[in-house]
Ligand binder design. Structure first.
Ligand SMILES: C[S@@+](CC[C@H](N)C(=O)[O-])C[C@H]1O[C@@H](n2cnc3c(N)ncnc32)[C@H](O)[C@@H]1O
Length: 252
């Protein structure tokens, strides 16, 4: 099972990141920093006072880290498996960024007041329990009362279609679980879901902007997904009707 559609080593980023980033202010997902600010405000309302330190798990280019550290003055650090992303994050946010795998976070148990996870969990396959391992690791680093703040894709319709591509690759659309499965995933790791909110208009807006900028829905999927996955993605999207959500969950 390959999770390596994102670049692991320094070098030019695939063009699809440039396309998405141009429309979202450097964020590699729907909603841009507006959604990040909203999610962080909800996390702060449910989380410990002060909220930090907050770990941005899968921090990408570090745009949210900049909001956390510079705009909100919250103690924070980032983590990304990609060396390219970790290096870019350090430059953008001027906070510590670890290059590591989300299943093995090199931080102490109960060391964080919050974990921010924007469009990362869907990249970990639920089918073979990788997503469970990532959420277990999040629960380990959160202190009791700490909050997990998630924004990600979800399936608005159940589908019996197989989620994994014939070549074994996994993409965010494969990891778009139905709401009850997302809830079950975090509850089974010792977190209580405090809030679930549909944010699908942000996904629709990004799709519309990409279609407007590049011409077709096929271009939209090509901009978001690894090479060769766009055709299959259209079929899966029709089957699951992807939406976007916020979830706040609190460590027991
Ligand atoms: C879709 S991008 C989102 C980036 C950022 N959170 C944002 O909102 O712009 C997903 C990020 O998660 C990272 N990532 C994916 N799976 C990961 C894993 N298992 N461990 C660490 N980082 C991971 C990728 O390298 C990428 O930077």
């Amino acid at each position: 099972m390959s999770l390596d559609w994102l670049p692991q080593e320094p070098g030019p980023r695939p063009p699809r990141f440039e396309r998405v980033g141009r429309l979202t202010g450097g964020c590699l997902r729907p909603g841009g920093l507006e959604l990040t600010r909203e999610l962080l405000a909800l996390g702060a309302a449910h989380g410990p006072q002060p909220l930090g330190p907050v770990l941005d798990l899968g921090c990408g280019q570090g745009r949210s880290l900049r909001v956390l550290g510079h705009e909100l003055g919250i103690a924070c650090l980032g983590l990304d498996q990609s060396r390219t992303m970790a290096e870019e994050s350090r430059v953008h946010a001027s906070v510590p960024v670890l290059q590591a795998e989300a299943r093995r976070v090199p931080l102490g148990t109960r060391s964080c007041g919050g974990v921010l996870c924007e469009c990362v969990l869907s990249l970990a396959p639920a089918a073979n329990k990788v997503a469970n391992e990532v959420v277990d690791e999040i629960a380990r680093v959160l202190r009791p009362g700490g909050v997990l703040m998630v924004s990600d894709l979800y399936a608005r319709r159940h589908s019996k279609e197989p989620v994994t591509a014939p070549d074994g690759t996994h993409c965010c659309l494969d990891g778009a679980l139905p709401e009850e499965q997302w809830r079950g995933l975090v509850e089974s790791s010792g977190l209580n879901v405090k809030l679930w909110r549909d944010c699908s208009p942000a996904l629709a807006r990004l799709a519309a902007e990409l279609i407007f900028a590049h011409g077709s829905l096929q271009d939209f999927w090509q901009a978001l997904l690894p090479p060769g996955r766009a055709c299959q993605a259209e079929l899966r999207a029709k089957a699951v009707r992807p939406g976007y959500f916020f979830m706040i969950a609190k460590k027991r």
